[in-house]
Design a protein around this ligand. Structure first.
Ligand code: XUL
Ligand code: CO
Length: 452
């Protein structure tokens, strides 16, 4: 029996929404021969891979904005997805019931983490103070639900892009008043994420960029963004928070040019402003493809510079030019990503956050589960393949062999920065034309295919 509120929707008992659709209380592990869409084929949370359980390596997280707030909007049409727990209002009761449903969903799915924006979980009030109170009321419940389910907060973030206030940016807004508002909103999100024990705090610069160079002072805007982040670093220390701070790159959308273009651009920004010890990077592969790279590029690039903090586990549609936030299903992609995660010894305190949504046409309630199950399976499969690849060591040895000329002799001196241009000239005078060496891409692919 549901306990009814004024809207006629249950507020406390939410299990029936899923029971009614035949969703099991806990998604089982069915093994690779299972054809049950509501069972895991590869994700066995307790399976040990390279000394740690799958649950520890993968650190899966459900995102609130797509999974609980997504209704299937696209630029040409309104929502297609209706959920039975929604009462059609933006009220607090609805927000609380939705939160209970979210935790029931995550419990059944068996994910250890969740992520949220302030405005996903609570309505915005008429004033900053009122918004803070509404957020506190929902966070009170989230604290309770976290402790009753054992599900933890991977990260929180501030929505600094949806309301018209931020149409010209937040910390890069030409108006200092808007900057101050954004900073005050972030202060609150830092407090509540700390209260929830969030392990990270993310900044995606939703409208930090420009539409036209004619009306924009790009250097001033970037200086302001750095000043904003310095305030964040100072306040984190003040409240004693230990979460990891993360910037999330994206090259375009919604602005024509976003400042946090890709991993290398963000690393350059952080180093330019002396913030590289305080922040790492949250990589979203669909953003990486929008920047013109392959989906795995930024994961590898950030990791190689010690800056990979977390991953928004999604992918795009290669022939569409926008951020489609699909669940990743391609084992070639997940194997390469998990190889990178294994090589850096894990992704903690970050995780694999499903910043992904069911397709607009996937309107059934079970699709919410199936989408996550297949995403989790894709990464579990990638983890197992990547572990075998590293264990056997053939591919890493083939890569090392390509660079063998730097391992000794004159090549070693070059790599260590000990040689001069004159010595290079003398070397070539003595050894003549380098012999041609094949890149052997197809050979690498043929080996990689055996793991992925
Ligand atoms: C937008 C996006 C965001 C961030 C958090 O493209 O990825 O959801 O992950 O603000
Ligand atoms: Co994201």
């Amino acid at each position: 029996m549901s306990i009814q509120d004024g809207q006629g929707k249950g507020t406390l008992d939410v299990a029936h929404y899923f029971d009614d659709e035949g969703i099991p209380a806990k998604i089982p592990y069915g093994g690779t021969s299972s054809r049950n869409p509501l069972a895991f084929k590869y994700y066995d949370e307790n399976q040990i891979v390279r000394g740690k359980s799958m649950r520890e390596w993968l650190r899966f997280s459900v995102c609130y904005w797509h999974t609980m707030r997504g209704v299937g909007l696209d630029p040409f049409g309104g929502g297609t997805i209706s959920r039975p727990w929604e009462d059609g209002t933006d009220g607090l009761e609805n927000a609380k019931r939705r939160l209970r449903v979210a935790f029931e969903f995550m419990k059944r799915l068996g994910v250890p983490f969740w992520t949220f924006h302030d405005r996903d979980i609570a309505p915005e009030g008429a004033t900053l103070a009122e918004s803070g109170k509404l957020l506190d009321a929902v966070v009170d419940l989230a604290v309770e639900l976290q402790s009753s389910t054992g599900i933890s907060c991977l990260w929180g973030t501030a929505n600094l892009f949806s309301t018209r206030r931020y149409m010209n940016g937040a910390s890069t807004n030409p108006d200092a008043h808007v900057f101050a508002y954004a900073a005050a909103q972030v202060k609150k999100v830092m407090e509540v994420t700390h209260r929830l024990g969030g392990q990270n705090l993310v900044f995606w610069g939703g409208r930090e960029g420009y539409q036209s160079l004619l009306n924009t002072d790009v250097r001033q805007e970037l200086d302001h963004m750095a000043a904003f982040f310095r305030m964040v670093v100072a306040y984190k220390a003040k409240i004693g928070a230990t979460y990891q701070l993360l910037l999330e790159p994206k090259p375009k959308e919604p602005t024509a040019h976003q400042y946090d273009y890709d991993a290398q651009t963000v690393i350059c920004f952080l180093k330019t402003y002396g913030l590289d010890k305080d922040f790492k990077i949250n990589i979203e592969p669909n953003h990486t493809t929008l920047a013109g790279h392959c989906a795995e590029h930024d994961v590898v690039m950030a990791s190689k510079f010690g800056m990979l903090g977390s991953i928004d586990a999604n992918t795009g549609v290669a022939h569409l030019g926008w951020d489609t936030d699909c669940f990743m299903a391609d084992p070639q992609q997940t194997t390469l990503i998990m190889k990178t995660v294994l090589e850096q010894g894990g992704i903690a305190p970050g995780g694999l956050n499903f910043d992904a949504k069911v397709r607009r046409e996937s309107t059934a309630l079970e699709d919410m589960f199936i989408a996550h199950i297949q995403g989790m399976d894709a990464f579990a499969k990638g983890l197992v393949g990547a572990a075998a690849l590293l264990e056997e060591g053939l591919l890493p040895r083939m890569v090392a062999a390509r660079y063998a000329s730097y391992a000794e002799g004159f090549g070693k001196r070059l790599a260590e920065g000990q040689a001069s241009l004159e010595e290079c000239e003398a070397f070539v005078a003595e050894h003549g034309e380098p012999r041609q060496v094949s890149g052997s891409q197809e050979k690498f692919q043929s080996i990689f295919n055996t793991y992925a």
